[in-house]
Design a protein around this ligand. Structure first.
Ligand code: WQD
Length: 332
């Protein structure tokens, strides 16, 4: 099976590419490298010993996508490409809706023209909003608090409607919780441009000396130590979930949603302590005010993915921290 990975040079995409190649799939990458680089693909080739065809392309560009589909027999698409910064989405909502929705709609049109009928989508636990009790289950109501999250929700609805209209289309919506960590080789990992929005890459940059200290966004949440609790999942476990999702979609039409999380929540200070224990590096921090839109706790009920896909996260918080540092320490 040949799988097109849009945004395949990104953090989740590159790790998924490695797992696909390691499990006998072929991969083609389409990426405009706005938040990644072709060097990441070379590193994926080094890890797997396999060659990866890639195109520097804007996924919203129909002609560019038709070229890819005409030059390769694409059996399935995993759609990672999209803008993903919560704060930026509040400042530039139209850019987020234009990019994240156009890429999806173009893909669906071109897939239809070429008879490709498997679509796996990189969704997010952010669609659960702040209206549900933890742990979140896939049947809970959705509600979003920022344009980034709303694009994820809109795309889920677009794909749900498309799969209802076209009985040949198999859609799997994967709701990621908080992906962190890096491939065990230390060759690929998370390397955000500018100031990291997310916790772990920020901690990693404090550890490397690039940042002075961590700013903890609030310690008055309704959690065991007052800091925000999230369900952190090793990016390699997340990548393995995509392999299972493809295998499922190859046998089942319609639209199915799966949480990809561990079911365990850790607070910001839990993560700081775990990172210090795993690396021996002290992480200085200061308590600041809350960040707009942050919820007390996000945690997955991941039982459906185990029951239906036979998938369960296996790596520990120690692995997530140690692998993060094993990657970060090599970054120039
Ligand atoms: C985690 C916790 C913060 C940074 C978002 C998106 C999600 C996904 C991942 C894109 C929170 C606290 C963070 C910092 C801090 N999207 N924090 N200081 O907000 O759960 O999820 O990113 O990839 O869809 O919603 O992740 O890592 O930003 O925050 O104290 O410098 O760490 O308040 O409690 P979040 P996060």
């Amino acid at each position: 099976m040949t799988v097109l990975l849009t945004g395949g040079a990104g953090f989740i995409g590159s790790h998924t590419c490695v797992e696909l190649l390691s499990n006998g799939f072929d991969a083609v990458i389409a990426d405009n490298f706005s938040n990644s680089s072709p060097d990441v693909i070379k590193r994926c080739e080094k890890i797997t010993g396999k060659s990866i065809r890639y195109y520097n392309a804007n996924v919203a560009d129909g002609d560019a996508m038709r070229k890819i589909f005409s030059e390769n027999r694409i059996d399935a698409v995993i759609h990672f490409a999209g803008y993903k910064a919560v704060g930026e989405s509040v400042e530039k909502p139209v850019m987020y809706y234009r990019n994240n929705l156009d890429t999806t709609l173009t893909l669906l049109e071109v897939m239809k023209e070429f008879g490709t009928d498997i679509f796996v989508f990189s969704s997010s636990a952010t669609v659960y909003g702040n209206i549900n009790p933890v742990p979140f289950t896939e049947d809970m109501p959705t509600s979003t608090t920022n344009p980034y999250g709303t694009t994820k929700l809109f795309i889920e609805k677009i794909l749900t409607d498309a799969s209802c209209a076209d009985k040949n289309l198999a859609v799997v919506l994967l709701r990621y919780f908080n992906p962190i960590g890096a491939h065990e080789s230390g060759l690929i990992g998370e390397n955000p441009k500018g100031i990291p929005n997310n916790l772990m890459p920020y901690i990693a940059q404090v550890a490397s000396g690039k940042r002075e200290k961590l700013h903890v966004y609030g310690n008055d949440f309704n959690t065991h130590d007052g800091t925000g609790v999230r369900d952190y999942i090793h990016v390699t476990d997340l990548a393995k979930g995509h392999v299972k999702a493809l295998e499922y979609a190859a046998k089942h039409k319609g639209c199915e949603i799966f949480n990809l999380g561990t079911g365990t929540g850790y607070s910001v200070l839990d993560i700081v302590n775990a990172f210090e224990k795993a690396t021996g590096i002290k992480i200085p921090y200061v308590i600041d005010g809350r960040r707009a839109g942050d919820i007390d706790e996000s945690r997955a009920d991941a039982s459906k993915a185990l029951r239906v896909l036979g998938w369960k996260a296996e790596k520990s918080l120690f692995d997530m921290c140690a692998d993060t540092w094993n990657w970060q320490k090599n970054i120039k």
